[in-house]
Design a binder for this molecule. Structure first.
Ligand code: HMG
Ligand code: MG
Length: 296
């Protein structure tokens, strides 16, 4: 497996959206800038959702307009609807992401509509994004299990991934929102999805609640996945996935990929320092094993 992997750093968005205390805008800006300085080329920096539901993400405009942009870095944002897209355009996002789920009950809890309604909502958003030549990513949550309705079938994931792809999403990120899946299950899910969406357009997004994220990632790398979402210091969680822990730590993913001889363009030493810095800023335990073990 001697080739290149695209990492999508979701720490500033997925990582911070669940923090109990409001993180100062300056800290968010510094985090995004530090991550860019580590060599991360794709950073999900903001979320233009309802501040009533996710107050932590209310300063997305200030974050996106406050960072010193590195020309080679893509700064993206979550956009659940047209209102979100307009806000993302106004803030100068390079890419946006829509999000839905493979399970009806998670979709209802998260974005207050059915899966079909979410797709209908995304259609005009994708058309508008296209006019602005804005690339759109699509997230499918709960691909290996739902906190409300339990098991999710691979065919259900494939159907939603296909619908997002048909709508024009350039990349589909498959999210184990509650971090519950194991490798064979992840493989079966991917096998179903890749029949609908080319593997080169698929990303994986593992939360690490049960400590399975790296095992799942390794299995799916063997199956051809080359886009991985992760979060510095393992920050993260979804407010509508009770008990779910953070994303797999970017440091741990980079360490794994280095060991496999795969290229990421990331400076691990700097990344570890960034993970330590943000953990300290948030008064939070560093969720990266590599971050804890790396020599000081
Ligand atoms: P809604 O509650 O169904 O109602 O919103 P609405 O559309 O009628 O809007 C209600 C209020 O929100 C209105 O304001 C709107 O203006 C406002 P009011 O009249 O009450 O003052 N509003 C907005 N404000 C700012 N930006 C917007 C926006 N849209 C409406 N874009 C909505 C539906 C989806 C907006 C809402 O439910 C929401 O924002 N939910 C947040 C969901 C969320 O952010 N979840 C976490 C991210 S997803 C995730 O973490 C999973 C992922 O990581 C993958 C994985 O791990 O699986 C991606
Ligand atoms: Mg997530």
């Amino acid at each position: 497996m001697n080739d290149t992997v695209k990492l999508v750093e979701v720490g500033p968005r997925d990582g911070l959206q669940n923090e109990p205390n409001l993180v100062p805008t300056e800290v968010k800006i510094e985090l995004v800038e530090r991550l860019a300085d580590c060599g991360l080329g794709h950073i999900e920096a903001a979320s233009f959702v309802s501040p009533k539901w996710i107050p932590q993400m209310a300063d997305g405009h200030a974050v996106l307009t406050g960072i010193r942009r590195r020309p080679q870095v893509i700064y993206s944002a979550l956009t659940p609807n047209m209102q979100g897209l307009e806000a993302a355009l106004a803030a100068g996002a390079d890419e946006v992401a829509v999000f839905t789920a493979a399970s009806e009950s998670f979709c209802q809890h998260n974005i207050h509509c059915s899966i079909a309604e979410s797709l209908a909502r995304f259609a005009p958003l994708l058309a508008e994004a296209q006019k602005h030549r804005l690339r759109v990513r699509g997230y499918v949550s709960t691909v290996l299990g739902c906190p409300y309705q339990g098991a999710v079938k691979p065919a259900e994931v494939a159907q939603v991934a296909d619908a997002l792809y048909q709508l024009g999403c350039a990349e589909i990120s498959l999210g184990d929102t509650i971090g519950i899946g194991t490798p064979n299950q992840a493989r079966a899910m991917l096998a179903a999805v890749r029949q609908q969406v080319p593997i080169a357009s698929l990303a994986v997004h593992f939360h690490d609640t049960y400590g399975q994220a790296l095992a799942n990632i390794h299995a799916l790398l063997e199956d051809g996945i080359r886009i991985i979402d992760s979060s510095v210091a393992g920050l993260g969680g979804c407010p509508y996935a009770p008990g779910a822990s953070g994303n797999v730590a970017t440091e741990d993913v980079v360490y794994l990929l280095n060991g496999l001889g795969m290229e990421t363009g990331v400076n691990l030493d700097r990344l570890v320092n960034t993970g330590r810095w943000i953990s300290q800023q948030l008064g939070r335990h560093n969720g990266s094993k590599v971050g804890l073990a790396w020599p000081r």
